[in-house]
Ligand binder design. Sequence first.
Ligand SMILES: Nc1ncnc2c1ncn2[C@@H]1O[C@H](COP(=O)(O)OP(=O)(O)OP(=O)(O)O)[C@@H](O)[C@H]1O
Ligand SMILES: [Mg+2]
Length: 380
Amino acid sequence: MNNANNDRPGLLLVDDEDGFRTTIAKRLGKRGFAPIQASSGEECLDILGRKPVGVVVLDVKMPGISGIDTLKAIKQTYEKIQVILLTGNITVSDGIEGIKSGAFDYLTKPVELDHLVNKIKQAFEMIRLEEEQQKELEYRAKLEKKMIDTERLVSLGTMSTGIAHEINNPLAIINESAGFMKQVIIQPEMSRIPQKEALLLGIEKIEKSVKRARKITHQLLGHVKKQKSQISEVDLKALLGETLGLLEREVEEKNIQIKWKTDKKKKVLWSDPYQIRQILINLLSNAVHAVKNNGIITLSLLETDVDINLEIKDNGIGIPKKNLGKIFDPFFTTKPFDEGTGLGLFVVHKIISSLSGEVTVESTLGKGSSFMINLPKRLE
Ligand SMILES: Nc1ncnc2c1ncn2[C@@H]1O[C@H](COP(=O)(O)OP(=O)(O)OP(=O)(O)O)[C@@H](O)[C@H]1O
Ligand SMILES: [Mg+2]
C-alpha cells in the first residue's frame, strides 16, 4: 500500500508546477498526509490504475490532458474517488464546470493550506460516509432477500399440505380422462379422424404434466407428514437396502455398482422411519441420476455413542460450484421438466433439520458428489 495510513486509500496530488507541488506535498506531509505526486493528468490516471487512492487534489490548468478532462476520466472509471480541483483565480468558471462534472469541491490558487487540509478531510469523510451507506444498503438488501426466502419457505410449508391434497384429486381425474381419451382415439374406427397424431401428442403432454404435478404433491405431502410422525426403531442398513430395491430397475439398467462401507453391526436409530425413507430415496435417486453407466455409489455408515453418520457418495457428473448454494432451494433443478421437480433436496434438508440432524455436501464437477448426513440416535 502506498501511504502512511496503511491500507486506507491515499491522497494524490496532481500539479504540473514542480515547485508548487513539492512544497504543498511537504506541508501536507507535516499535517499527517503523505500524498503521492503526479505532474500531469496522464500520470495521475496511470497511478490510479495501480494504487488505491481515495482523494485527488487536481490542478485544472495543465498541459496535456486538462484537469477537467482528467476529472471526467477519473469519475468515469473510479466513481468513489473524490476530486478537489485547484483553479487559477481567473478561471473560477472551470471550478463550476468541475462541480458539474462530479468534483467534490474547488479551491482557487493560491491555496491556503488550512483550507486545503479541511477540504481533504471532508472528502475522506465523504468517502467513509458513502461506504457506510453502501454497506447499509447491501445489508438491507441481504436482509430483505432472507426475509423473502424465509417467508416463501414458511408459506410453502403451510400451504403445501392443503394444496397438495386438493390437487391430488383433480390430478387423478385429469389422468383418468386423458387415459380414457387415448383409449377411444386408438380404436380402429377412429383411424381416420383428422389430426389424430396431434391429439395423441396432446394427450401425452397432459399425462407427462400430470406425472410431474404428482411428483410435486407427493414430495410435499411426504414432507409435511411429519406432523403425524411416528417415532420408532429404524434399522438404517435395512432401510437403505429396501430403498435401493425401489430403484432396482434404474440401478440395473445403468449397471451401477453399490459399495457398502460399514461393519457387521446393525445401525439403529430411534426416529421417524417414514421420513428417513424419504431422505434416502431422494438422495439415492439423485445419485443414480448423476452416475453414468457402470457408475459407483458408495454407502458408508459410521456410528458413535450418540449419532450415526451416513455418506452417500457417487462418481457421477458432480455439481458446479455456482450451484452448490442453490441445490437445497425449493424448485431448483437442472433436470428436464418431466424429470425433476427440484424438491428432492429441499425436502431432505427440511426433514433432516426437523430430526435434529445435519446434511452437508461436497462435490467436484466431473468427479462426483458426496452427501453426508448426521442423525442423532435418539430424537429428543
Ligand atoms: N448426486 C448429485 N450429483 C449431481 N448433481 C446433483 C446431485 N444431487 C443433486 N444434484 C443437483 O441438485 C439439483 C436439485 O436436486 P433435487 O433432488 O432437489 O431436485 P431434482 O433431482 O432436480 O428433482 P427431483 O428430486 O424432483 O427428481 C439437481 O437438479 C442436480 O442439479
Ligand atoms: Mg432429486
